[in-house]
Design a protein. Structure first.
Length: 244
């Protein structure tokens, strides 16, 4: 194989290969975002909206957020994904939970879900992975399946410098983001995009989600450290909450 440095051109097959590996590679298990801060995401959302009714974990992945949502017996928890294997594993994993409403395979748009079906849709650490041919259709679909007044919750890295996370394949020279991110947002860009897609912003700020699981003394100590860094500190997580 000839070595020549070149940028990856992501397509459906390459994305599937990439995430099939991540899904099945056991050493990566502790690194899944919602395993680390899933409860903190739910806690933050509850500060701004009433979390109730039918909720959808859009792009369920390993199911960590779903597991935390299912702890609230008043929620009807739906999930979906784009991988046959993931959908099958999710249905097996949560089949004994009484408020689990199944994992649906989304093979295209529109999805099998009904219009105005959900009270809340979670799109967690997913929007940064969506290539150009999926970004707008995904947001349009989520808008379709949300009830009037329903809530969309998005998390993504805050103002990520994508180039600093690139790696190169030593066999062929292909350059790609180490976890397949293809776009970056700050609060201004996110708010503008969501307004264009007919969502009304409730909250859009950079935060450190790990704070929501810490005691007050630890949070105060972390704030002191941040203040000492001045303008060099930037919170790592961007959280958007919007209404249809």
């Amino acid at each position: 194989m000839e070595y020549q440095v070149h940028n990856v051109e992501w397509n459906d097959e390459k994305v599937k290969r990439f995430w099939d590996f991540h899904y099945n590679y056991e050493p990566f298990e502790p690194l899944w975002f919602t395993k680390a801060v899933g409860r903190e995401i739910i806690k933050l959302v509850r500060k701004f909206v009433s979390l109730k009714g039918a909720v959808l974990d859009y792009g369920v992945g390993k199911g960590h957020l779903t597991n935390y949502l299912l702890e609230d017996k008043n929620l009807q928890v739906f999930t979906c994904d784009f991988s046959d294997e993931t959908a099958k594993n999710t249905n097996q994993q949560f089949s004994d939970r009484p408020n689990f409403r199944g994992c649906t395979l989304v093979a295209g748009f529109p999805s099998p879900y009904s219009e105005n079906q959900f009270d809340v849709v979670f799109l967690i650490e997913a929007i940064e992975h969506l290539t150009d041919n999926y970004l707008f259709p995904t947001l349009k679909e989520i808008h379709r399946i949300l009830k009037p007044g329903g809530t969309l919750v998005i998390t993504t890295p805050n103002n990520e410098n994508l180039d600093l996370q690139n790696v190169v394949c030593p066999d062929c020279g292909c350059v790609f983001h180490r976890v397949q991110h293809v776009r970056s947002f700050d609060s201004r860009r996110m708010t503008q995009l969501m307004q264009e897609k007919n969502f009304n912003s409730v909250f859009c700020e950079a935060v450190d989600l790990t704070d929501y699981g810490k005691s007050l003394p630890i949070r105060l100590a972390k704030n002191m450290i941040r203040m000492s860094k001045g303008k060099n500190y930037s919170a790592p997580h961007l959280v958007y909450i919007g209404k249809k």
